[in-house]
Design a binder for this molecule. Structure first.
Ligand SMILES: Nc1ncnc2c1ncn2[C@@H]1O[C@H](COP(=O)(O)OP(=O)(O)OP(=O)(O)O)[C@@H](O)[C@H]1O
Ligand SMILES: [Mg+2]
Length: 263
């Protein structure tokens, strides 16, 4: 059984089909790349499956996570069911430390109550430090030097490391499915490759998690994803291995020939 299964997912914004009739499956433990020109519906697709549009009436179709119907749930409920994500633009709290930003990702696994916070501060402190150790261990897979910067404010951390913090934060809930919306946005070519390698390493640590990763540069997709899905104008136009995708005429016409890879 697929971990994620969507059937004919569509969304219409006042006459514009941002996503149309998309069937999209992700098998457990796989990395699926999602690629397509600007405005082709990649982010909107992630927004639908992660609950951002909730019960918005322009949405139709079916979404199943691990066999359970989830379309229409709120983002926090989708998260609790085992899907977490990052965003195309940074969602860190700039004035908070790296450690505090990471701890947000431990929210679902916290085991203390308000009563504990007031009357058993030692228990709460111990739990928070245990969670932070786990978070830093995962973060160090990307960049061990970041552990020493755990009390620095997020705004003082380089862009690539902020991206790493966001991915680590999303992984701390042990998601079944992790959604990464352009984790390489704003990185140069070398940083992009380093980031993709890091994602692969961190994924290997998180056994059982599957990943959907959006990227706009086809070449970046060569090594990491198991399969690639291509969107154009809201529709899925191709699906296959990297070699199959780069030789697909529809993809060449719509995407590679489209000449919009200027983001
Ligand atoms: N809330 C909204 N209201 C109206 N139109 C929207 C909304 N969200 C997205 N769209 C439109 O839906 C289309 C798909 O947008 P989307 O952001 O999903 O594309 P994308 O493939 O992620 O593009 P990019 O590569 O630039 O990130 C675009 O035409 C966009 O303007
Ligand atoms: Mg997008």
């Amino acid at each position: 059984m697929a971990l994620l299964e969507t059937k004919k997912i569509s969304i219409n914004f006042g006459g514009l089909w941002a996503v149309k009739d998309v069937d999209f499956n992700v098998e457990p433990n796989k990395i699926v790349g999602l690629i397509g020109p600007n405005g082709s519906g990649k982010t909107t697709f992630l927004n639908i499956i992660s609950g951002i549009y909730g019960r918005y009436k322009g949405t139709s179709g079916e979404v199943y996570l691990d066999g359970e119907y989830i379309l229409g749930l709120k983002p926090c409920d989708v998260y609790k069911k085992g899907m977490s994500r990052t965003y195309q633009s940074s969602r860190l709290c700039w004035e908070q430390s790296v450690a505090d930003n990471l701890l947000v990702g431990c929210y679902t696994s916290q085991d203390y109550s308000l009563f504990d916070s007031i009357f058993r501060p030692k228990k709460v402190n111990n739990e928070i430090y245990d969670q932070l150790d786990r978070a830093l261990d995962l973060l160090s897979t990307f960049n061990p030097k970041l552990v020493d910067r755990r009390y620095d404010l997020a705004k003082n951390i380089p862009h690539i490391d902020r991206r790493r913090i966001e991915i680590t934060r999303a992984l701390l809930s042990n998601p079944k499915l992790l959604l990464l919306d352009e984790p390489t946005a704003g990185l140069n070519d070398e940083e992009t490759m380093t980031m993709m390698d890091g994602i692969k390493m961190v994924k290997e640590k998180m056994k059982g998690s599957a990943v959907i990763i959006i990227e706009h540069d086809m070449q970046v997709m060569e090594k990491v994803p198991d399969t690639i899905v291509v969107f154009n104008a809201g529709e899925k136009i191709a699906e296959g291995t990297y070699q199959e995708i780069i030789n697909d005429q529809d993809v060449i016409d719509a995407y590679i020939g489209g000449g919009d890879e200027d983001e």
